[in-house]
Design a protein around this ligand. Structure first.
Ligand code: DON
Length: 555
């Protein structure tokens, strides 16, 4: 037998024997996905089951009432990208967040008008329908069980629920579901979500009709009507998941698959990697001042382009945008000419303000025993979205309309952007920073990565790639290593608390970077292949419940 063929057979046997991995922000959800793999499901089946389970066990970001993106590569090497981002209701307008001629931040981010038409159920169903293997109902069973029978609240979840209890108390549906008659949940208490179990049952029995029509749709619209929200039955019935062509790029010989707009993360990531490919990062080291500076300059430039050019590419959106140019090597080479290796390029004379973007979304990474992979990020926008549980339906509504630009022309130093590309319009999808990513080496899946974190997302993904590729770190170290963030405006370079040495700080300050401390950056869930092709999952300890579950090897 030719050596190459023998190697291929051995490698496939190793992959097959491995049974697959699921890495997510919650133990029960990762186990649900791994159980699906063990039952013969593929990576998409496992991702769908994990996502439904997260909607029960990680309610801060796992969801039915939000939206997101699923990037996959099947066992035959075919990539696919599903856009199930929320849409603006038909009654939306560009100045819908203005009150008496003045921009109103509460209306934009914390009101029934902040709710976009949810996409998650349509997205997960399309994924299953086009790529799944096991019966639909089977994929919802773990979530239904967890919602109906309950599960013990972890210390992390108890603390997280307590952080928003005051807000839950304002909404009867939320009070009922996420407090004990107004009192906090303690670690170890059972959290049962019977209304949610019934909604999941309707989705299991009827598919998207169980969500976008009938009882669930009526419950959503009743909540909207009672509080001045805009979503109608017609908006819900009109929602569609959109398959899009994944964007392709490369970095130091690896191939990259990422998402196109309205997912901005992919374009931003490729633009940054293209810039950084022109420099030796291994020599100085990934954590060195030289590399952090160059990365900051790449981040700054890519985020400026995000603001200038990116939005919903669909008919309801902004139309054509120069994505092929933005992700080309030639464009990056031009940008690099403007980078001084020793000096920060100012974005503007900024005061250091709290970055606006909130911090909750969730990512899951899956590989199966046949070498297929899924990278899925979805969100309610803020932690627990709008904090509004739909009474009788048991799920939280997003506040994703906050991802549209605030108001025409309103660009300021806090990071508000008023450019046309991403203003609200009927049926339009708000621009997202989410960045599900798959890297290939020699035509095989090598790394699956992604993270929550608002505008920090593409940058967190960038750092996982830099640490893996240029730093040569193994999966757990890739996830544990420090991350940095720059988003053009505000003009500050963010670092993680306790992760910046005095030496690095003074070197970066000497180059002209105003520094800003964040408690932490993102929560990346990474799968990385070792030299022998076997995968290691690394769940990010920045959220203590993150967990890697391994499927039983196929017989
Ligand atoms: O789609 C987006 O870019 C944001 N709505 C994501 C929000 C988020 O990640 C908050 N994070 N952890």
């Amino acid at each position: 037998m030719p050596k190459r063929l023998a190697f291929l057979i051995l490698a496939s046997a190793l992959l097959w024997g491995q049974g697959g991995l699921v890495v997510s922000q919650d133990r029960q959800a990762s186990l649900a996905g791994a159980a699906i793999l063990s039952r013969g499901g593929n990576a998409v089946d496992a991702a769908v089951a994990t996502a439904f389970a997260l909607a029960v066990t990680h309610p801060a970001a796992g969801n039915l009432g939000g939206g997101g993106f699923l990037l996959s590569r099947n066992k035959d090497g075919k990539p696919a990208f599903l856009d199930f981002r929320e849409t603006a209701p038909a009654a939306a307008t560009a100045d819908m967040f203005m009150k008496d001629g003045v921009y109103d931040e509460d209306l934009h981010h914390r009101s029934w008008r902040s709710v976009g038409v949810p996409g998650t159920v349509a997205g997960l169903h399309t994924a299953w329908k086009t790529q799944g293997r096991l019966p639909w109902r089977t994929l919802l069973e773990p979530a239904i069980r967890l919602a109906r029978d309950g599960f013990p609240v972890s210390g992390t979840l108890a603390a997280s629920l307590e952080g928003v209890r005051e807000e839950f108390l304002k909404h009867p549906g939320s009070r009922k579901q996420f407090t004990r008659d107004g009192a906090p949940f303690a670690a170890g208490d059972l959290l049962r979500q019977e209304d949610l179990a019934r909604t999941l049952e309707r989705v299991a029995a009827q598919g998207p009709r169980g969500f976008y029509r009938g009882a669930t749709a009526r419950l959503i619209v009743a909540e909207m009507k009672a509080h001045g929200g805009l979503i109608t039955l017609r908006d819900l019935a009109a929602y569609r998941c959109i398959p899009r062509e994944p964007l392709k790029g490369s970095y130091r010989g690896l191939e990259l698959l990422v998402g196109p707009p309205p997912c901005s993360g992919g374009t931003v990531l490729l633009e940054m990697l293209n810039i950084l490919e022109g420099y030796d990062l291994k020599g100085p080291g990934v954590g060195s001042a030289a590399t952090v500076h160059l990365a900051a300059e790449a981040m700054r430039r890519a985020f400026l382009d995000r603001a200038r050019f990116l939005g919903d590419p669909g008919p309801a959106g902004f139309g054509a945008m120069p994505v092929p140019r933005l992700i080309s090597k030639a464009y990056a080479a031009g940008l690099s000419k403007g980078i001084d290796p020793l000096r920060a390029t100012p974005s503007g004379p900024e005061a250091v303000e709290e970055p606006l973007e909130p911090d909750h979304t969730t990512h899951l990474s899956v590989v199966d025993g046949e070498g297929a992979a899924v990278s899925l990020t979805y969100t309610l926008e803020d932690s627990y979205g709008s904090k509004i549980v739909v009474p009788g339906a048991g799920f939280l509504l997003n506040n994703e309309m906050g991802d549209f630009n605030a108001a025409p022309g309103l660009t300021d130093r806090l990071g508000r952007i008023g450019t046309r590309a991403n203003l609200a319009a009927p049926g339009k999808r708000m621009l997202s920073s989410m960045c599900p990513t798959i890297l290939l080496k020699g035509g095989k899946v090598w790394m699956v990565t992604g993270s929550p974190g608002g505008r920090t997302i593409p940058n967190t993904v960038l750092w996982t790639i830099l640490w893996a590729v240029d730093g040569g770190l193994k999966a757990p170290d890739v996830v544990a290593a420090p991350r940095f963030h720059h988003q053009w405006l505000p003009d500050v370079l963010c670092f993680e608390k306790g992760r910046l040495s005095a030496e690095l700080r003074s070197a970066l300050e000497a180059m002209g970077h105003p520094l800003y401390e964040r408690p932490y950056q993102g929560c990346a869930q990474v799968i990385l292949a070792g030299e022998d092709g076997t995968f290691t999952g690394a769940a990010d300890g920045r959220w203590a419940d993150s967990f890697t579950a391994r499927a039983e090897a196929a017989k």
